[in-house]
Design a protein around this ligand. Structure first.
Ligand code: HEC
Length: 248
């Protein structure tokens, strides 16, 4: 192959990558992500997050891999909690967490059926979910009245607006959104701190829901390592014992 041809191929590849690069990142990928600082072992937060989810989210979003009963066991709650806070209606503890929304209605109202959120924490990450819930801003051009920093053109309505209050975009000379600021006179019922805590709890719950076994596995891991350490000691003593006579 001639040198010229080779150069052509390298240049072509380079161009292809340069073009593909920016298109790959999701809309708003240069947005700085917020860290919810959540833990799989924080059962109180996960439990509170589940209650909030049942109150504000399950009307649209199912969690089809998680059963009510498993959730109750994992957060150390009883049947009464399930019935009063989570299932609210004719659900069975052995059911998966389903939304009552007919997907077809979703398509009619939002242009698409609200997605199942079982795996969102793994697909998008905890930071993304937390940032998503915190960066809705008023957008007159949007059908739902809001846009979102990490999901440009989102079709999810800002269902927590009455709690957070409204935010508006601060734009630079090129019309790019550089920051969000509260809209005066449209404050929410919660302070910023309270809203962040609430959305961190919802994020903790979604993160748990994406991998319910994780906390168990990590606890188990500690025991496995302790076991290995103890038995290394035991086997070392045995080794010394066996070789004592042979070495003589
Ligand atoms: C009124 C219906 C509705 C409610 C209630 C609702 N959502 Fe949504 N949500 C949607 C729709 C529609 C989308 C799809 C947005 C899109 O892709 O443009 C969505 C998307 C999402 C996504 C992004 C999923 C992804 O991978 O793109 C997350 C995360 C999410 N919702 C979380 C929540 C949480 C948490 C709550 C409760 C606080 C909630 N939603 C309540 C309708 C709803």
């Amino acid at each position: 192959m001639s040198m010229q041809k080779k150069n052509g191929i390298v240049l072509g590849l380079g161009l292809a990558l340069a073009v593909a690069g920016p298109a790959q990142g999701s809309a708003g990928s240069d947005v700085e992500m917020m860290d919810p600082d959540v833990s799989h072992h924080d059962r109180a937060s996960i439990r509170k997050g589940a209650e909030l989810y049942a109150q504000y989210c399950v009307g649209c979003h199912s969690l089809k891999y998680l059963r009510y009963k498993r959730l109750a066991e994992d957060v150390g709650a009883d049947k009464q909690w399930l019935e009063e806070e989570i299932m609210r209606g004719d659900k069975d503890p052995y059911d998966h967490i389903t939304s009552s929304m007919d997907p077809q209605d979703g398509v009619e109202w939002f242009g698409l059926a609200p997605p199942d959120l079982s795996l969102t924490a793994r697909a998008q990450g905890e930071d993304w979910i937390y940032t998503y819930l915190n960066t809705f801003y008023v957008d007159e051009d949007s059908d739902v009245g809001y846009n979102n920093l990490v999901q440009e053109g989102t079709s999810m309505p800002h269902v927590l607006a009455s709690l957070q209050g409204d935010q508006k975009a601060v734009r630079d000379d090129h019309g790019e959104v550089v920051d969000l600021e509260p809209v005066e006179g449209e404050e929410g019922r919660l302070s910023q701190e309270e809203y962040r805590e609430m959305t961190a709890q919802i994020t903790a719950f979604l993160s748990y829901a994406a991998e319910p076994i994780r906390a168990d596995r990590e606890r188990m891991g500690v025991w496995v390592i302790l076991f290995l350490i103890v038995f290394t000691g035991v086997f070392y003593l045995l080794y010394k014992e066996y070789w004592r006579d042979i070495k003589k």
